[in-house]
Design a protein around this ligand. Structure first.
Ligand code: AMP
Length: 353
């Protein structure tokens, strides 16, 4: 495992005027490259040869240079990080990068925006719940399968984007439907509207909502579109008997009642401060997956301590970032700006690990 001290040493050795932003060409890479370009930072795309033409087809968001790899899953084990180090690169992790790098994530020799410890906490559902509890968030009950006494959702380990989750109402139904029980988590099914706020925590800025030594900014909000649950009324209306599934297909924007913003900002602040107490903080982008019930109470069921794909809705800024920035501020651009600022003030060690 590469230590935080080693990463601090590496960024100290970087030429602050020549820093480049690197990421894997997937997930929200277009937004990241586009945002970096707006801030005048050069970019590196880690990409397969077949994908390169896809990125090249977007003239305003293609990376300045590519590191071609045959298999993104092998990229980091295969030494891409050595190349990146020579190029003064800082890596921005997104969902695909975190998934593909797997356990190699802790070994990557390049500075990563954020705190890679937090990615370990979000990977383990039990730990994530501890974190959310420490942040005093309202949570769905976690229920032992034999004690299922209400509608529940069954989550499998490592499931990405809700794939394979199922709804069950009783232990009998759980036994019938769930064959492999290793590492499954049964949660109370939350009824309400899903709200996924995108936050940016900066330990070096005082411009947003004060949190810890810096501030948390609300950059946007989305709602996911999941198949088939989000259009389940269609097959139901056609008389089909159908079970809900939760596979993420896309995202749609949502704007909240303004009176809810105070609560949303406070939730972000509490998550930042809990992370600081538990494992050294979460500089950079993160998202809390919540459901808001009919009493306007928020329940959180997941944290992503990295940029989420829902931010792709707002490459020119969101209905929230527009009130905080004169420029069109996407999450990708916000990350680039933080890197620029931190480099200038010699505070890169505060925002990477
Ligand atoms: P996750 O993998 O935790 O991001 O969940 C994927 C999707 O499953 C969410 O976007 C929700 O639609 C649904 N979901 C997850 N947890 C719950 C819950 N406790 N109650 C209701 N729906 C949930």
């Amino acid at each position: 495992m590469i230590t935080k001290e080693k990463i601090n040493e590496i960024v100290k050795g970087y030429d602050s005027k020549k820093i480049k932003i690197a990421t894997l060409c997937s997930h929200c890479a277009l937004q990241l490259f586009h945002g970096a370009r707006a801030e005048g930072i050069k970019t590196i795309g880690i990409c397969t040869p077949e994908r390169k033409k896809v990125y090249d087809s977007f003239s305003q968001a293609a990376p300045d240079e590519y590191l071609l790899v045959d298999d993104p899953k092998e990229a980091f084990a295969g030494g891409v990080d050595e190349e990146l180090l020579k190029k003064n690169a800082i890596l921005v992790p997104h969902g695909s990068l975190v998934e593909y790098s797997g356990n190699a994530l802790m070994e990557i020799k390049v500075p990563i925006v954020g705190n890679r410890n937090s990615l370990l906490w979000e990977r383990d559902r039990q730990k994530m719940f501890e974190w959310m509890k420490e942040a005093k968030l309202q949570l769905p009950k976690i229920i032992k399968p034999e004690e299922i006494d209400r509608p529940c959702i069954v989550k499998f380990p490592g499931a990405k984007g809700g794939r394979g989750y199922m709804a069950v109402n009783s232990y009998e139904e759980f036994e019938r439907k769930v064959k492999d029980r290793e590492g499954v988590m049964v949660q109370e099914y939350l009824a309400g509207i899903r709200i996924y706020p995108h936050y940016f925590y900066s330990p070096i800025s005082k411009e947003g909502y004060r949190a810890s030594e810096g501030s948390v900014e609300l950059m946007g909000v989305d709602r996911r579109y999941e198949s088939n649950v989000d259009e389940i009324y269609r097959p139901l209306s056609a008389g089909m008997s159908i079970q809900p599934s939760f596979t993420v297909v896309g995202n749609e924007p949502i704007v909240l009642r303004e009176s809810l913003l105070g609560e949303i900002l406070e939730i972000g602040k509490n998550v930042v401060e809990a992370a600081e107490r538990m494992f050294g903080g979460i500089p950079g982008p993160f998202c809390i997956e919540t459901v808001c019930d009919e009493n306007l109470q928020f329940y959180a069921f997941e944290i992503s301590s990295r940029i989420v794909a829902g931010t792709n809705l707002y490459p020119r800024g969101s209905p929230y970032s527009v009130y905080a920035y004169k420029e069109e501020m996407s999450m990708g651009r916000r990350i680039a700006r933080e890197i620029k600022l931190a480099a200038k003030e010699k505070k890169l060690h505060k925002i990477v690990y």
